[in-house]
Design a protein around this ligand. Sequence first.
Ligand SMILES: Nc1nc2c(c(=O)[nH]1)N[C@@H](CN(C=O)c1ccc(C(=O)N[C@@H](CCC(=O)O)C(=O)O)cc1)CN2
Length: 285
Amino acid sequence: MAEHHYVLTLSCADKPGIVAAVTTELADFGANIAESDQFWDRATNQFFLRIAMLAPEGVTLESVQKALDPVIARFDMKAKLVDTAKRPKVIIMVSKFDHAMLHLLYQIRVGWLDAEVVAIVSNHPDSARTADHEGIPYHHWPVTKGNKAEQEDKVLKLVKETGADLVVLARYMQVLSDNLSKRLFGKVINIHHSFLPSFKGAKPYHQAHARGVKMIGATGHYVTPDLDEGPIIEQDAERVSHALSADDFVARGRDIESRVLARAVKYHLENRVMIVGNKTIVFTP
Ligand SMILES: Nc1nc2c(c(=O)[nH]1)N[C@@H](CN(C=O)c1ccc(C(=O)N[C@@H](CCC(=O)O)C(=O)O)cc1)CN2
């Protein structure tokens, strides 16, 4: 029997009975809870819940939504219910360095990341061959001060036309305008090649090397108008020593960036991330 895999995420003011009310409705459908994670933010008295469920054949997403609506109204919840059978669509944006993009494509090929890349956009021609090899439409849109708005309109149009759920900046080295980053807030994830908040900007490894750090890292975050300031989803770091050059940092950083971005994208696409102000709650597996 073909079960349905649905994921419910919700938040509301905390009070007794929230979980009981939700799970009672799910039990009435014979839905089996595969994963359940919750967080009570005592400082704000906000409650956050993620439930991944298996619903019997014939139990539609709409019927579960309809059954939950009274509970959502009773507790004044912000809630989202998704069917994981609907494969998310992703646009990858890249400049010259393609390591993080290639790792994403590999993780999709081996099934670790469930997504469909509907387009690759770049301000350089360098990744055209990769796109051709993968059978993915490639858009070479160079960006200058004079044509930035025009090129960004093309990105918005592409998101609309492809129905993309997510835009991934896989070392895309152009600052998105306030307009674009606001319009797509929560739908654009960037990999920054430092352990934020340290070393923001275009050349973080050289900044880190000049500072004499003993750890380097990478940060996956949602994009906001403020450069490298968006809500952080995932980070990782590795030890380095005085014996390494800035170029060694760049080389060591490629692996860190690639795994951090892939994890950040996976958590987002599996509805494990909830944005709260300028921070996130991430219900990792
Ligand atoms: N609105 C935002 N746009 C982008 C963000 C972001 O956080 N908010 N992150 C960047 C990625 N990035 C660091 O992770 C980054 C990219 C580019 C630059 C930069 O100074 N670029 C120069 C041009 C550089 C070039 O042409 O090679 C510039 O745009 O003037 C800094 C940080 C992606 N976009």
